[in-house]
Design a protein around this ligand. Structure first.
Ligand SMILES: [Cu+2]
Ligand SMILES: [Zn+2]
Length: 199
């Protein structure tokens, strides 16, 4: 009972406060509502602006490496998630190569590393330079499964900037490890899985 009384008093106090400042409160409320509406509109715009493309990875060079790779673009750049199976346990390289063509049995139809800025091969972010396709290495678990996550503002999906646009390129998973120094491709060995990045 006491609680209810206290609550009633509290409501009265709040109500009288609201009454005194009704006009100011109303104006503030209106502004808040406008702000909320603007924020909601912005959110919808961002949702619409988010682009997702997904591809199946095809086994190459007599491997059994398959899986899928998803690219999502939003205001913070492009995020890649690759889910792979059939790998040998341990480290492997993954790159974006120059062409979306996975037709050859060894995956070499994708050409060399995607390198629109004509820089040396290297570790992503290295001061000495790196290709826009130099994603790097990842580790497969004892069952040969791996999830590779990568995010960058240096890619886009279908924008006008050829130094950023990943469409028309290919994803290659290698049997070996990228040493980040051998030119022009890090000596990562056979190409064991492939997909074109095409819409
Ligand atoms: Cu490669
Ligand atoms: Zn490279």
């Amino acid at each position: 009972m006491k609680t209810i009384q206290l609550a009633a008093i509290a409501i009265l106090i709040v109500a009288s406060y609201n009454c005194k400042d009704f006009k100011k409160g109303y104006e503030d409320g209106k502004k808040d509502a406008e702000k909320e509406a603007a924020a909601a509109a912005e959110e919808i715009k961002e949702e619409v602006a988010e682009e997702v493309i997904k591809f199946k990875m095809e086994a190459k060079s007599d491997s059994e490496v398959t899986g899928d790779v998803t690219f999502t673009e939003n205001e913070s750049g492009v995020h890649m998630t690759a889910m792979l199976t059939g790998l040998t346990p341990g480290e492997h390289a993954i790159h974006i190569h120059d062409k979306a063509d996975c037709s050859s049995a060894d995956g070499k139809s994708t050409g060399g590393h995607w390198n629109p800025t004509n820089t040396p091969h290297g570790k992503w972010g290295a001061a000495e330079g790196y290709h826009k396709g130099d994603i790097g290495n990842f580790t497969a678990d004892d069952s040969g499964n791996a999830t590779v996550e990568f995010s960058t503002e240096e890619w886009c999906i279908g924008c006008e900037d050829d130094t950023k646009n990943i469409l028309g390129k290919g994803v290659i998973v290698h049997q070996g490890v990228d040493d980040f120094t051998s030119q022009p491709s890090g000596a990562a060995g056979a190409r064991v899985s492939c997909t074109g990045i095409i819409k």
